[in-house]
Design a protein around this ligand. Structure first.
Ligand code: FAD
Length: 386
């Protein structure tokens, strides 16, 4: 891999669905990777957030990944992908082939720490997390030979300056867990969705699942015959839909809510609050057999249980917080984009306070189909200004 260039026209941070889509359109406008634009990603390999998701997650259950623009050129489609293989492997494989085919030259693992103003440019400061060869050691002896020793990632800092920034960092790195009294005294395991690996590690345990979205429901279904006891709690009553899948109207309403919040600089609402939960066959059967019945939120966490105001309690060896994510924007803090209302003002992917900065995959674009749209919209705006 080439070193990260010193200065580019466009820097894209993140190579998930949103970053790849932007890069595809930049290439279409004949920009060249590592000359005109650069892609930086913290993860060890392709796949965006999907590479970190739990192994039991399959495409085609609750999860549908839309094809990236240009993917047909490779003869690939997620619609015909292997549904028995873990989604994280399929997506990582397809994204990897996409990067190679369009010669996107993603630099990884590059963790962007800070973006600051540097005159008319933006300066991106990063840490290169790749294990570095310590030194070439010559072992003296009968046969002098070279031995390369690799060490734990050392901090190797670097920077790149850019005219335009596309931030496509998703939400996976910014899990949200609400506070409840007694949390720190809990003797069991606290886990967030992003920590969940598989059901097996909960065998024989009493588990409390918190959250009203598809992740919480997925965990309940997976743990049903594994955990010794299961309790499901949600802050709001679940808004079950009569349909098996989210229809266009429901999806559009949710996107409109996200768009309205983004355009007015408010914190983004949860996606499920705008859509409701479709009652697929698997879910309907879980409701019928009494598994998918959410209790209201508990009031307090005790060392070995959760308790409600009426004195009721449920034993807990583990609490899984399926309570969502927030946009990962910490590295942009020096740019002071955040409004008092709690969000960043963004319309059509462009931040309204700084015409050089775009947020791809933010708010109404936070789905694989929205991320695709973001790519075209953002690349066009940048090309018009270059
Ligand atoms: P990501 O895929 O998260 O990519 C962001 C990239 O940025 C990552 O590779 C990360 O390494 C990198 N990055 C982050 N911070 C930095 C940094 N500081 N420096 C360098 N790199 C950085 N959407 C759907 O359409 N269908 C689904 O079925 C679906 N299921 C979902 C299931 C779960 C559990 C969750 C949490 C979300 C799901 N989504 C789904 C939404 C999904 O997140 C988006 O659809 C899409 O995958 C997000 O793409 P992205 O490119 O915006 O972000």
């Amino acid at each position: 891999m080439n070193p990260v260039p010193e200065r580019v026209k466009v820097a894209v941070i993140g190579s998930g669905q949103a970053g790849l889509s932007v890069a595809f359109y930049l290439r279409r406008f004949e920009l060249v990777a590592d000359e005109d634009f650069v892609m930086l990603d913290r993860a060890p390999g392709p796949g965006g957030a999907w590479q970190h998701r739990w192994s039991s997650l399959r495409l085609g259950t609750a999860h549908r990944v839309n094809d990236l623009p240009g993917m047909a050129e490779l003869g690939l489609s997620f619609d015909t992908a292997d549904r028995q293989a873990p989604a994280r492997e399929v997506v990582a494989d397809y994204y990897g082939r996409f990067e190679e085919h369009f010669d996107l030259k993603v630099h990884r693992p590059i963790d962007v720490k800070r973006v600051t103003n540097d005159g008319a440019d933006l300066r991106i400061e990063f840490e290169d997390l790749a294990p570095q060869p310590l030194e070439e050691q010559r072992t003296r002896g009968f046969f002098a030979r070279r031995r390369r020793t690799f060490v734990e990632p050392e901090v190797h800092r670097g920077e790149v300056r850019t005219q335009f920034l596309v931030n496509a960092t998703g939400t996976w790195g910014s899990p949200f867990v609400p506070y409840y009294p007694g949390m720190s005294d809990f003797q069991g395991r606290h886990l967030h969705t992003s920590d969940y690996l598989d059901a097996e590690s909960f065998r024989g345990q009493h588990v409390v699942v918190v959250g009203g979205g598809t992740s919480a429901i997925g965990f309940m279904l997976e743990l049903e015959h594994v955990a010794a006891g299961l309790t499901w709690v949600s802050r709001r009553p679940i808004d079950w839909l009569d349909r098996q899948e989210l229809d266009l109207e429901g999806a559009s309403a949710a996107v409109a809510l996200q768009d309205e919040a983004a355009r007015s600089g408010r914190a983004l609402p949860s996606v499920v609050s705008g859509t409701g939960v479709p009652r697929s066959r698997r879910i309907a059967s879980g409701i019928e057999r009494g598994l998918l019945v959410a209790r209201p939120m508990f009031q307090r966490i005790e060392p070995d249980r959760v308790t409600w105001p009426d004195g009721a309690s449920a034993r807990a060896d583990a609490i899984i917080w399926a309570t969502g994510f927030r946009p990962e924007l910490r590295h942009l803090a020096p740019l002071k984009l955040r409004e008092r209302a709690g969000g960043v003002t963004v319309g059509q992917g462009a931040t309204w306070s700084d015409p050089r900065i775009f947020l791809a995959g933010y708010g109404p674009q936070a789905s694989t189909i929205g991320a695709n749209r973001a790519g075209r919209m953002i690349a066009r705006q940048i090309m018009a200004m270059l």
